[in-house]
Design a protein around this ligand. Sequence first.
Ligand code: B3K
Ligand code: ZN
Length: 871
Amino acid sequence: MSSKQHETIYLEDYQPPAWLISHTELRFELEEEQTLVRAQLSVQANPLVSDKRRPLELFGDVDMELCRLSIDGEILEACDYQRKGDRLLIENVPESFTLECVTRLLPHENTALEGLYKSDGMFCTQCEAEGFRRITFFPDRPDVMSIFRTTLVADKALYPVLLSNGNPIESGEDGEGRHWVTWDDPWPKPSYLFALVAGDLAMLEDRYTTTSGREVALRIYAEPKDLDKLDYAMQSLKNAMRWDEDVYGREYDLDIYMIVAVDFFNMGAMENKGLNIFNTSCVLAHPKTTTDQGFQRVEGVVAHEYFHNWSGNRVTCRDWFQLSLKEGFTVFRDAEFSADMNSRTVKRIEDVSLLRTAQFAEDAGPMAHPVRPESYMEISNFYTLTVYEKGAEVVRMLHTLLGADLFRKGSDLYFERHDGQAVTTDDFVAAMEAVSGRDLGQFKRWYSQAGTPRLEVSDSYNPETCEYTLTVRQSCPPSPGQDHKQPYLIPLNIGLLAEDGQELYSGMLELTKEIQQFRFDNIASRPVPSLLRGFSAPVKLEYDYSDEQLLMLLSNDPDGFNRWDAGQRLCIRLLQQQMQRYRDGVPMTCPETLVTAWRQLLLDESLDPAMVTQCLRLPSEAQLAELAGVIDVAAIHDAREFMRKALAEALEQEWLMAYQRCDTGEAYSPDAESTGRRSLKNLALAYLMATGREPWLELTRQQYEQSDNMTDQLAALSLVAHSEFRETAEELLQEFYQQWQHESLVMNQWLAVQASDPTEGALERVKELAQHPIFDARNPNKLRSLIGSFCAQNLSSFHAEDGSGYIWLADWILKLDKQNPQVAARLLTPLTRWKRYTAERGSLMRAQLQRIIDTNELSADVYEVVSKSLI
Ligand code: B3K
Ligand code: ZN
């Protein structure tokens, strides 16, 4: 298809489906060279749609082979229907009938990893958002919900395990070494939740009894070599099931819950009804091969997909513009789960850091869109941080505004009203309105307006009357298609602290107007405001704090999140000052006040090591870039490196003491406390290495050799690999490769460590790695580890002055677009931000976008992103 023909779909054009499918029966004949799919659909006119002449509209991929189509047994000839692009239209059909459709698929040639494909010899599917139309012709839209019965037929020796949604009801053998299993899913579901798996898989089994007494078999499948890496996912699943009963009153609704791990997967995991399919990186975990971060990801993603069973599957989306209905709500649910399982404050800090770095950048870039987008060319491009993370913040604000009890009542009402339906974000808010009696009309602007709101806060104090006044002005910058924004309803949690740190007030302010004043009486002395506690809204807040005030908040604010935030504000300010010095050619400095504050944090053994780690981590280069007016990559890198080294040297003894204190020699456990200790230990080691002194290279090497877990081993490896000790770096990278070459997930880390190495020659190294036998360009995890890490985490190398990084990325995008458009469009993101960079770099980036769009036959995925970036 010529790029120019990609169609835009608009929310305002939504029409309910004219035809419904009560039952869908599928039969898959899985073979090595082809798969035949026979689909039988029970079709009825939608009683709620009055226009009875609307043709039956089915979707099917343009390249899918249609072998046979019949209505009530009568074969349709080519002239009885029309195929237009990915649509198939049949006119003059009866009120109710059976449609039979046979399609021929080539799963082994499916490199897009959408629909039915092969991952390492096993068959699997990915249907969200529009993958089902690559399997058969179907009204592939989420508001058509159907009861599915699926039969899989395959060679028994090659594919002993045959899985689909629901419960297995029948099975047998056909004599020629083939066997079959029929699965029945009693719950009506949209086609995007369909799944099948066929393979030679090992399985970990457990049981769970729900509060009301339903016995559920829990089964996690993986390749036999990975059977020892499934325990953590199983424990996480059981914890998530219990948590959803306790916190939301939601129970599981089938007799079996299955998870399957596959190595070729476009994203993290997929919540198919009763049969989740997971990227191996989000389900496999073992201390020897998985880092603490990896363990946390497994816990969070297993819970996320499980929670979708209610927020997404039982109640689903009316159309894809409503994606955040399920994703925003489910991310909020999984974040609260992880907060309850681990440290609440640390979880919040991690989530907010991601939001501020990546979502804020998205909201300020050419692809900025509201949480509920108004149009798209390719829906896959809208599985974004805005829909997921900002969407979760919007749900969190409802929770903050209503309070936990009313929010729970609202969620109960939402599930009760809409069970079995496909609904909208308005329906979700309506449930919250109904239980609270509040009009949330203004609040809904969070769903319809893009961009990150800005709060400018100023204050005044009258010592005579003891009155303190806060003035808050809200605004929101223009975003594509939205020049002017209306004021939002914003919950602003605050505290007022006396100079000595004592809390004088704490509470929530509700902002509704562009400018608002709040008066506080009986405030004995001028307070220091602690603003936006717990990050109560996804906004940028500005208040003119003095360094002393920030230091006071860093040590005294009862709100842990704001303690951290005060430290970050101070670091950002100091780093920005150094960036200015760098540009002015003046020597950079590291103020003594910061060193003193950090020393206190490092020496205070009563503090939670995980919190201390967060406080002593400098803001990332990506976050500093997001905050810059014009991004000057070299200034950011050099200022940050200067500061890191200065803090390393000034506190060398304290880093060593912290290292020794946290190096307890305890056996590995992924619990929050040990994870926190390891994080401080490895941060201390990183600062020691930043001094560039030999003894710390020895210590790091020792940790590398003696550690019994991947967290410590990988931390040591990456410190050496990114250091100036090139010989040892080569040696350890080689050793690590020898040790782990048969563990695909560990090799992803090995690639990522090298791709994010900022020392000289980075591009040559990644080019070489792309030729390495361990690298497989069809595997999205490998692509993300190598290309994604280089472009998004190695800013100084990717943005090399001669534009070589941009050319390399564009070459990859053009190659990948033919193979896997979803992944290509995603990897493209760093180039789309060209307007933010200094003129020379910006124009080199733009030139590569132009080169891409000048290419014929781009996918809708890449075309949409590039064309919007060039406006
Ligand atoms: N719902 C899936 C995402 C599907 C992405 C399709 N391109 C995973 C999740 O959010 O749980
Ligand atoms: Zn999700």
